[in-house]
Design a binder for this molecule. Structure first.
Ligand code: BG6
Length: 483
């Protein structure tokens, strides 16, 4: 099987914040890989724009270094040169006049134009305003905005209002890179492409669902941002929320932007408020070789959490009574993201109590080692009566599809091409983001009122003990965090 590449029309893409970390690590490498794959031709302009004074040659050098670091082995020398030749740079002031005329001069009228706001959200309004003043917003224009989309409901609303002054909703692409991950999209394929699971996908058959996004990295060089955000704002409000939506939503009538986003929104709006006792916050300690959170954050008394575990409930016909346990954290035992759908026990065991308790579990491994696994109960081979054991029906995509086919593109590759194609299915709509904040804000407000520090946990652990208790007290347990 060879991957199919459907070319997009030539385009002009301006990357505001073109010298920044995201541009270097993700955006330009993703564009390069798509260029190598033949998804767009050399008749495309990639324009970096930032405050740093430099010329196009210097920006090309900067990006060339980034390609060396982040796209090892992709493309030959000529392809790399052709890609770099598409790059140009404008020194630009988002809040002043510098650079805007030069930028206008580089944009072509007969091309799709996209503007990537890879800058602090405080500049979104200024950029939108200047784009408008300089007549750069034509009918093909679209903007891409990065998370964090606001800090709470009020700021998200304000941002939505600011952008709406110059752009229609269909021109705004709010990125959540989890939606660009192949395996996350696979959630929808597994659910809605098979007849097998959907009849069982409800509280009658599903005991509970666990969503784990565990990381081994700490807050590293992003201390300032992270200390202000914490795991709730950085991961739960967006990435875990999106996973929960895709698992819980009703089948949309079509795989198209608004039908999908309407269904996700309904899930978020059906979430119950979370009781304070159903949330566990943690903060990692040092381990002798790596500093603890507070040292890394540069705030000895930081009360920001690097770990969250919580129990969410959805009040609708499909899910009432089936809890969703969400957990994410940094410096945990392994880097692993998975969703486990734990089915209920069979209503009656014909094998008697001695056969023990057996449950089917469908595990969707998002990363690494992407795949799905269905735990089924069988007879333990051999004589000695009817003893039951659980075995996995395991499909690792790399084995099932072949290594080439399972060499999934980075999320940004898919998402940036979707921007050019004009497909918003995998982007968050304004009302969705606001609804997600409306759910997380009250949880955060309780912490702020109580001023309780998060619970400490060891680097390399599964988070604070209390997170285990969150499930134990319900007679359930987390799946092990293992590589
Ligand atoms: C980002 C968060 O959105 O996602 C980071 O800001 C986190 O804190 C990252 O590390 C995780 O993404 P991935 O793709 O490595 O799972």
């Amino acid at each position: 099987m060879a991957s199919r590449v459907i070319p997009v029309e030539p385009f002009d893409l301006v990357i505001f914040g073109g010298t920044g970390d995201l541009a270097r690590r993700k955006i330009l490498p993703a564009l390069y890989r798509r260029f190598v794959a033949g998804q767009f031709g050399a008749d495309t302009r990639l324009i970096g724009a930032a405050r740093t004074a430099m010329d196009s040659a210097a920006w090309r050098d900067l990006i060339a270094e980034a390609l060396d670091e982040f796209t090892t082995g992709a493309g030959d020398g000529a392809t790399r040169e052709a890609f770099l030749a598409m790059l140009s740079y404008v020194t630009l002031d988002a809040r002043g006049e510098e650079g805007w005329t030069a930028l206008s001069g580089q944009m072509r009228d007969d091309r799709i134009r996209a503007f990537y706001f890879s800058v602090a959200p405080a500049l979104f309004g200024d950029l939108a305003e200047r784009l408008h003043l300089h007549g750069l917003i034509d009918e093909t224009a679209r903007i891409v905005v990065e998370k964090p989309f606001g800090h709470d409901l009020d700021s998200a609303r304000a941002l939505n209002r600011t952008l709406a002054q110059h752009f229609c909703e269909h021109q705004i692409y709010r990125i959540d890179h989890y939606l660009g991950k192949e395996t996350v999209q696979n959630l929808m394929a597994i659910r809605f492409g098979n007849v097998l699971f959907e009849p069982l996908w409800n509280s009658q058959y599903v005991d509970h669902i666990q969503i784990t996004v565990a990381e081994t990295v700490g807050i590293g060089g992003r201390a300032e941002y992270y200390n202000h955000a914490g795991a709730m704002r950085d991961m739960v409000q967006n990435h875990l929320m999106q996973l929960l939506c895709l698992i819980a939503m009703e089948p949309p009538a079509r795989f198209a932007p608004d039908p999908v986003r309407d269904e996700k929104l309904k899930v978020i709006r059906a979430l119950d408020p979370v009781a304070p006792g159903d949330v566990v916050r943690g903060q990692y300690g040092g381990d002798g070789t790596q500093p603890d959170f507070r040292t890394q954050a540069g705030h000895g008394d930081s009360t920001t959490e690097s770990f969250i575990a919580l129990k969410a409930q959805i009040s609708n016909w499909r899910w009432a009574g089936t809890p969703f346990y969400l957990r994410t954290g940094k410096r945990l035992r392994a880097r692993t993201s998975e969703i486990a759908v734990v089915f209920k026990d069979a209503p009656h065991s014909i094998f008697g109590a001695e056969a023990g308790r057996h449950r089917n579990i469908l595990t969707i491994r998002l990363q690494p080692n992407e795949g799905i696994e269905l735990g089924v109960t069988i007879k333990e081979p051999g004589p000695g009566g009817m003893r039951l054991i659980d075995v996995p029906l395991d499909m690792t995509f790399a084995e099932a599809l072949g290594p080439e086919e399972a060499d999934f593109p980075d999320a940004y590759e898919r998402l940036i091409m979707d921007v050019i194609r004009g497909n918003q299915t995998l982007f968050m709509r304004g009302d969705e983001v606001e609804a997600a904040w409306a759910w997380t804000d009250p949880i955060i407000a309780v912490w702020q009122a109580e001023q309780e520090p998060p619970l400490p946990y060891d680097t390399g652990s599964a988070g604070p003990e209390e997170a285990l208790m969150l499930m134990h007290r319900d007679g359930r347990r987390w799946r092990e965090i293992k590589p």
